[in-house]
Design a binder for this molecule. Structure first.
Ligand SMILES: *Cc1c(COP(=O)(O)O)cnc(C)c1O
Length: 437
């Protein structure tokens, strides 16, 4: 019999009463999950008895796939066997290597291939984008960010305010948390933009907040910002590979993301950048330049004058770290095969199931601070411990759960649709329930 949950996926409004709290239900869901086989493509860390840990930490570092290992070893082999000739020869010549993943990267973030590139690391890309897109002038000098912004993002925007000789206190404004919840009301964002929009040079928000897991409406925020003449950029560290994105159609000016979280490309792997095509031919945008931003047709002519590459590639500076690109290629192949839509559908069900089981515990020591609305969250749920402390997390670790602790008192749990299943979620909640007792 067809599974009613899987049949109703497109409705995105899964009624909670279809879930059941017994283990058999979780196992049945796994058995009927068309994406379940992807789990076998990943390596799971193990405990001392050689058993797989329950890995729910893809929001921090995605797991290694067999495919990532394979392509990385191929690149190493090519280097071993061909030396410098590997740039243009072998199975995967390095000079055009990045072209093989442009389209699949663009698909994951909803962009045109010429609008996305992979370069540097995330905070560096944010600096490059701020160099180009934070251009305070006249009374338009402010940057608007979330109160719970990731520290690196805050340091980055502050340093650019200082770089322009401006005062941080007067020029950095925050979107406050709602008084009654830990998340941000989007109406509050609109209100601030309406009131102060003429003084805001740049709006820079985490597409999915790293702490609360709140997924913002990028299209709406971009519209509000543009109506007041602000530039709008997003940090998609927790969004890329997690939630559906339509960067091009949303009119977003720029975006940056890393590939080691939901994109499973390994620690410190190369990061992504998006610049909307409307900015591509604007020669007035200041840019930090390097030879890899030069027109690739005549890059090796070693000319003195800078002829910018078309599209976002003119923001590139250095040649590409191929060993870092290899696992990204592997990951994007898998995303392309599974499809963002199918992944999101499973993700909505899986995280909905996590929320259901947590609510079933009816334990007032915990509270989910992530929005309950599916369109306002990705796969992560942030669980606030109202009673108890980090020892609860530590006991979960002892029981073989890999989750993520954030001070002062939040456990982040991210069941990822590529390599997590319903039984993982069930076992986590079972352990949590025991630990809370
Ligand atoms: C993970 C994360 C970072 C990390 O930046 P790196 O430059 O990759 O070290 C920055 N910002 C946000 C919002 C993140 O989630």
């Amino acid at each position: 019999m067809a599974n009613p949950l899987i049949r109703n996926l497109d409705l995105l409004n899964i009624s909670q009463h279809l879930y059941k709290s017994d283990l058999a239900f979780a196992q049945k869901m796994d058995a009927e999950d068309p994406l379940a086989h992807y789990k076998d493509d990943f390596y799971f860390p193990k405990n001392e008895n050689g058993e797989d840990l329950i890995y729910l930490c893809g929001n921090s570092l995605g797991l290694q796939s067999r495919h990532a290992e394979e392509i990385t070893l191929e690149i190493l082999d090519q280097w071993k066997n061909l030396g410098v000739k590997g740039h243009f020869n072998g199975k995967r010549p390095w000079v055009p290597f990045h072209l093989s993943l442009k389209e699949s990267m663009a698909n994951v973030v909803g962009a045109k291939p010429e609008e996305v590139t992979l370069m540097n690391t995330l905070s560096v890309n944010l600096h490059l984008m701020l160099t180009s897109f934070y251009r305070p002038s006249g009374k338009r000098t402010k940057i608007l960010i979330e109160q719970d912004v990731f520290p690196s993002d805050r340091y980055a925007v502050e340093s650019h305010i200082e770089w322009h000789g401006l005062n941080i206190d007067d020029n950095l404004i925050f979107i406050p948390r709602d008084q009654h919840s830990d998340t941000v009301k989007e109406s509050k964002i609109k209100e601030i933009i309406n009131e102060q929009g003429e003084e805001i040079a740049l709006i820079m928000i985490g597409g999915v907040n790293y702490y609360t897991g709140q997924f913002f409406n990028l299209l709406q925020i971009t519209k509000w910002g543009h109506e007041k003449g602000c530039i709008v950029g997003f940090d998609l560290a927790h969004a890329a590979g997690n939630v559906p994105l339509a960067l091009h159609n949303s009119g977003v000016d720029f975006a940056v993301w890393c590939t080691y979280k939901y994109l499973n490309a390994g620690p410190g792997s190369i990061a992504g950048a998006f610049v909307h095509e409307k900015h591509h031919t604007d020669q007035g945008i200041p840019k930090l330049k390097g030879w890899w931003g030069h027109n690739p047709e005549i890059r090796f002519a070693m000319r003195d004058d800078f002829d910018p590459a078309p599209g976002v590639e003119s923001w590139q500076i250095s040649c590409q770290p191929i060993l870092s690109l290899a696992p990204v290629k592997a990951s994007l192949d898998m995303f392309e095969k599974a499809g963002m839509k199918a992944l999101r559908n499973k993700s909505v069900l899986l995280t909905g199931y996590l929320a259901y089981l947590l609510n079933e515990l009816k334990n007032d020591a915990i509270e989910i601070i992530t929005p309950n609305l599916q369109s306002a969250r990705g796969c992560q749920l942030s669980i606030l411990l109202k009673k108890g402390d980090k020892r609860i997390h530590d006991q979960l670790v002892e029981r073989g759960i890999v989750a993520d602790w954030r001070n002062p008192n939040v456990i982040r749990i991210a069941p990822t649709p590529l390599y997590n299943g319903y039984e993982d979620v069930w076992r986590f909640v079972d352990h949590l329930s025991n630990v809370l007792e």
